[in-house]
Design a protein around this ligand. Structure first.
Ligand code: SF4
Length: 316
C-alpha cells in the first residue's frame, strides 16, 4: 500500500455492514464485488472527477430551473445558472477545488463550465421545460420489501399526467449506449419503478432516460411482470452481498471499467493488497462460491465516469 493509500484508509469513516441497496451500489456489486466492498464497507475515499462533478452541476441546474415560472425556463437562463450552481457546490464541498488546482489561469475551468453549459442547452432540444410541471424533483424514495430488503435512491424527476399516469425521468450527462447495452441504465430505472410501485401501489407508465451527451431519449414502459423480475434479481443480489459480507470473500472482477476505478492500488488484480477486512467474519458462503450475478453492460465509453464506476449521489 503506498503512503497516500494508507492515509486514505486511515481517513475512511468507520466500516459497517450494508443495510440497504441503491441502484448505484447494486450496479457496483454486479460490476465488481470488491469495488462494492471498498465503497460500502471500507468506505475508501475516491478522488473527485471532472465528469461526475459536471454531472452534479448539470443536474442541479435542471432541477432548479423549475423554480422559475414556466415562461422564464429558457436555454439562456439555464446556461446562466451553471457558474452559480458550481459556486454553490464548491461551497458545500470545498475539496472539489482540487480538480482545478493546477489551472491557475482558469482556462480548464472555463472549458469545463462551457461543456456543462452545452449539456444544459442540449436538454432544450429534447424536452420543453416551459410545458412541464414536475410533481417531484430529486425525489428521495425508500421502501422495505416483504423480505426485509431496504431499497432507496433519488429520482431526478417525476411527472404526473392529468390522468394520473406517472413518468420517471433520469438525466445522463454521458452518451446513450448502443441498444444492446441499454440493460444497465434500464435496470436503474426499473429499480426506481419498483420502489414507487411498492410505495404508491401504481406501476409508472413510462421510464425515460435523457442522454444529454448525445441528445438521445430512451423510453421504456414497464409492466408488473418486469418489476417482479427486478425484485427477484435484487433479492438474489442482496443474498450474495450478505454472504460476501459474512464470509469476507469479495472477488475482484476485472473489466475495462477498471480504468476508472480509484482502488487499483489496493486491488489484487493490479498487484495491490486490500486493507484488513474490517468486519467480523462468520459463516462462509455455501460451497465457498459466490453466485455470479450478470454485470450490467455498458457500451458507453463514459460509463466509467458517469455510470457504475463514477461518483454517485447515492450512499449505500
Ligand atoms: S480495479 Fe477493477 S477489479 Fe479491482 S476493485 Fe476496481 S473495478 Fe474491481
Amino acid at each position: 500500500m503506498d503512503t497516500s493509500t494508507e492515509k486514505a484508509v486511515r481517513a475512511a469513516p468507520a466500516a459497517a455492514r450494508p443495510v440497504a441497496l441503491s441502484p448505484s451500489r447494486a450496479s457496483d456489486f454486479m460490476q465488481c464485488p470488491l469495488l462494492y466492498r471498498f465503497r460500502v464497507i471500507d468506505k475508501l475515499p475516491e478522488k473527485p472527477s471532472e465528469a461526475a462533478t459536471r454531472g452534479t452541476v448539470v443536474h442541479a441546474v435542471l432541477e432548479r430551473l423549475f423554480d422559475a415560472p414556466a415562461a422564464e425556463r429558457t436555454a439562456p437562463s439555464a446556461r446562466a445558472m451553471v457558474p452559480g450552481e458550481w459556486a454553490k457546490l464548491l461551497e458545500k464541498r470545498p475539496e472539489l477545488a482540487e480538480l482545478f488546482a493546477d489551472d491557475p489561469e482558469g482556462e480548464r475551468l472555463s472549458r469545463w463550465l462551457a461543456d456543462a453549459e452545452k449539456l444544459v442547452e442540449r436538454w432544450f432540444s429534447l424536452e420543453d421545460p416551459t410545458r412541464l410541471e414536475p410533481a417531484d424533483r430529486e425525489l428521495y424514495v425508500e421502501t422495505v420489501l416483504e423480505s426485509g430488503l431496504q431499497l432507496r435512491g433519488f429520482i431526478d424527476r417525476v411527472d404526473v399526467a392529468p390522468t394520473g399516469e406517472v413518468r420517471l425521468v433520469d438525466y445522463k450527462t454521458g452518451k446513450a449506449p448502443r441498444p444492446e447495452y441499454s440493460d444497465g441504465p434500464l435496470f436503474q430505472m426499473k429499480f426506481y419503478a419498483l420502489v414507487l410501485w411498492r410505495l404508491r401501489g401504481l406501476v409508472p407508465r413510462r421510464l425515460q432516460l435523457v442522454y444529454l451527451g448525445s441528445g438521445d431519449v430512451l423510453t421504456y414502459d414497464p409492466t408488473e411482470a418486469d418489476l417482479r423480475g427486478v425484485e427477484r434479481k435484487l433479492l438474489a443480489l442482496w443474498d450474495a452481498i450478505q454472504r460476501a459480507t459474512d464470509s469476507g470473500d469479495w472477488r475482484p472482477r476485472p473489466t475495462k471499467l477498471c480504468n476508472w476505478c480509484d482502488h487499483q492500488a489496493v486491488c489484487p488484480e493490479f498487484g495491490g493488497t486490500p486493507p484488513p477486512y474490517p468486519l467480523a467474519t462468520g459463516a462462509a458462503a455455501p460451497g465457498g462460491v459466490l453466485p455470479v450475478i450478470p454485470a450490467p453492460q455498458s457500451g458507453d465509453a463514459s460509463a466509467g465516469q458517469n455510470g457504475a464506476a463514477g461518483q454517485s449521489k447515492e450512499s449505500s
